[in-house]
Design a protein around this ligand. Structure first.
Ligand SMILES: O=C(O)c1cccc(C(=O)CC[C@H]2O[C@@H](n3cnc4c(=O)[nH]cnc43)[C@H](O)[C@@H]2O)c1
Length: 245
């Protein structure tokens, strides 16, 4: 199976490729570079792209790689948004791995004028969420020990307890917050390819305190998650189910 993994920054990309013995580099149109690893056994070929921070960069990077692969006649069978994340306490503490059953665009919409928020779904402009295929989420959570739930995609990382409470109130099933998952899911949906979001928690969602972020610990947890994920993907002989809707 060919897998595309999209991270925001090179440190996250390198944490993913560290789960396999060696990597090779392949240029993409536009100048970005895919880092390819073939984990033991060779059943999975995994291209990892550091596409930039935020949903727009993630969607553009993912779509470019998906299109290039499709035009080369060798399309991907799965796209994964991966990296570090803020975790909602107490369900996803620092060092935990999370897998998203629903990738939610949590700040894409409009203020309602009475202090509320209207999602793009409520505005009638498509969907504010993408569900990952249930059997894939279950297999990944089982293999990696990841906490499963909604992972929110935000363009502005949460920096106050008030905002954290607001998001948790609006999304009681949220386990974590990142900045790319929904963008990757949009690109995957446009190409009819299954999507997954897997992140390791570096900090708690809440008051901004970058000094308290445990980035190294999270990146090591991310590597560990991919060490266990690759055999799961390698054992899926059939094509994976596409998004749950
Ligand atoms: O400074 C470093 O060494 C470093 C190494 C790896 C990653 C980073 C990042 O800052 C990655 C930004 C990336 O992380 C996600 N993230 C992490 N915590 C949160 C959060 O609380 N809220 C939202 N997003 C978060 C996000 O996907 C960013 O793109 C630095």
């Amino acid at each position: 199976m060919r897998v595309l993994v999209v991270t925001a920054v090179p440190a996250e990309r390198d944490a993913v490729t560290a789960a396999a013995p060696e990597r090779r580099e392949f240029p993409l149109p536009g100048g970005a570079v895919l880092h390819r690893v073939v984990p033991d056994g060779g059943a999975v070929v995994c291209d990892v792209l550091a596409a930039g921070v935020g949903p727009a960069a993630a969607a553009a990077g993912a779509a470019t790689a998906l299109t290039a692969a499709a035009l080369a006649g060798d399309p991907y069978g799965l796209v994964v948004s991966a990296g570090i994340a803020g975790g909602f306490a107490p369900v996803a503490p620092v060092g935990a791995v999370v897998v998203s059953d629903t990738m939610v665009a949590a700040d894409l919409g409009a203020q309602s004028g009475d202090g509320g928020f209207l999602s793009v779904t409520e505005l009638g402009f498509g969907s504010h969420s993408h569900r990952a295929a249930e059997e894939l989420v279950r297999a990944v959570a089982g293999a990696t020990g990841a906490v499963r739930g909604e992972v929110l995609t935000v363009s502005t990382a949460t920096g106050t307890a008030e905002r954290a409470g607001e998001l948790a109130g609006r999304h009681p099933g949220a386990v974590a917050e990142g900045m790319e998952g929904f963008g990757v899911a949009e690109a995957a949906k446009a190409h009819g390819v299954p999507v997954l979001e897997l992140r390791a928690v570096s900090n708690e969602v809440g008051p901004r305190d970058k000094g308290a972020w445990r980035i190294g610990e999270a990146l090591r947890a991310l590597t560990g998650a991919f060490v266990t994920l690759f055999p799961v993907l390698g054992s899926s002989t059939d094509s994976l189910p596409v998004q749950g809707g």
